[in-house]
Design a protein around this ligand. Structure first.
Ligand code: GLA
Length: 373
């Protein structure tokens, strides 16, 4: 078992005095390319990271415990805390009429929080997989992902798309996942970075972004408006030629989405043919589009992408919702240290807060690691 899984199990035992019925865990994610396309039914290309949230679960009335926060919460109600995520998943499954018993659970994680690495999707995915097994529901992972999304949308109150929960449940180790967010079909694409001497280098700007903030919902509303003006159900169905029907904000937002969908398809092709240079170029183009047309970047993210370019990274872009959080660079392994050094001094000179840096390995999606029926 991984450290977080051991920790969740030990916390369960300490808190409830018995062993959990099962332990499940699920990863955070980074998105390689395809940003703000999921809620328009488009394409995304995330991979799971080697940071996870574990859930130790059993039936009972002992409530929820977080080993990270050292904090107990009731399993019912809603209070704006971390416990709303597992509560939301229970709620979403019961909404479907599933007979989900009353559960008690302990959680432990090592996904950096509020960094845009989907720690909330990880706790939802771990809870969903555990509940599915505990209650013998036999639901597919894709269906569980949609229920996790519904937990966010309908319970927590964040109007996110499907990418994060889907990635957390369905990504495979050593690979990225091309997801068609309309059909909900996906395809695992090998990401053999180590064998070609490359690394995914992640900069957490530590600029805190609240997904619940209106900016995300505003972007989503603009995309829906643009689709309506063009006369398609979702921007996924629009083409570049359709953009002439738009102006102002809707034009900018839709131009990003339509071109980003094309970039994802090109990036998947590039990766399959080992064209990392081409892949990197698409990352830079994605960042420019998110910065100029979708307007979700911040100076810290732009600064990291600029420094990455100066150091010779193949590509770099913000990842996740934007408004802060993380940027990623695709870079030769030996250039990671110089990139970090240069980014640190650029941030200091600009008077930005101190960033954090990570190198993640593309990892396995949610798993039941103990007590599988
Ligand atoms: C957040 C949301 C996702 C997606 C991204 C932007 O991570 O949770 O659904 O919209 O932002 O690509």
């Amino acid at each position: 078992m991984r450290e977080v899984e051991e920790r969740a199990r030990a916390a369960y035992r300490a808190r409830f005095g018995v062993d959990p019925t099962l332990v499940a865990s699920a990863p955070g994610r980074i998105n390689l390319i395809g940003e703000h396309t999921d809620y328009s039914g488009g394409f995304v290309f995330p991979c799971a990271i080697d940071r996870r949230v574990a859930a130790a679960i059993g039936t009972g009335t002992g409530g929820f415990y977080s080993s990270d926060f050292g904090e107990a919460r009731r399993a019912t109600g809603k209070d704006g805390s971390w416990a709303d995520y597992p509560r939301g998943v229970v709620w979403a499954l019961r909404e479907d009429g599933h007979n989900v018993p009353e559960v008690q659970a302990a959680f432990a994680g090592d996904v950096p929080r509020a960094a845009g690495l989907s720690s909330s999707a990880a706790i939802e995915a771990a809870t969903a997989l555990a509940l599915d097994a505990l209650a013998g529901l036999g639901l597919s992972r894709t269906l569980l992902a949609t229920r996790c999304q519904r937990a966010e949308n309908g319970f927590v109150g964040v109007n996110c798309g499907i990418m994060d929960q889907y990635a957390s449940l369905l990504c495979r180790a050593g690979s990225a996942l091309r997801i068609d967010c309309r059909s909900l079909e996906s395809e695992t694409v090998p990401l053999p970075l180590e064998t070609v001497g490359l690394a995914l280098f992640v900069c957490d700007t530590r600029v805190k972004r609240g997904l619940g903030t209106t900016a995300y919902n505003e972007r989503r509303a603009s995309c829906e408006r643009a689709a309506e003006i063009i006369g398609v159900p979702l921007l996924r169905d629009a083409r570049v030629a359709d953009l002439s029907k738009l102006e102002g904000t809707e034009l900018m937002r839709a131009r990003h989405v339509v071109t980003e969908d094309e970039r994802v398809e090109a990036a998947v092709r590039a990766l399959r043919s080992g064209d990392y240079v081409g892949f990197g170029q698409l990352m830079y183009a994605s960042h420019a589009s998110l910065r100029d047309d979708f307007e979700v970047s911040v100076p810290e993210l732009d600064a990291f992408v600029e420094v990455a370019r100066e150091v010779g990274a193949l590509g770099a872009r913000l990842t996740g919702a934007g408004f802060g959080g993380c940027a990623i660079a695709l870079i030769e392994r030996e250039l990671a240290a110089p990139l970090e050094a240069r980014a640190r001094s650029r941030f200091a000179a600009a008077g930005f807060g101190e960033p954090a840096f990570y190198q993640f390995r593309p990892s396995e999606g949610a798993e039941i690691v103990a007590g599988a029926p």
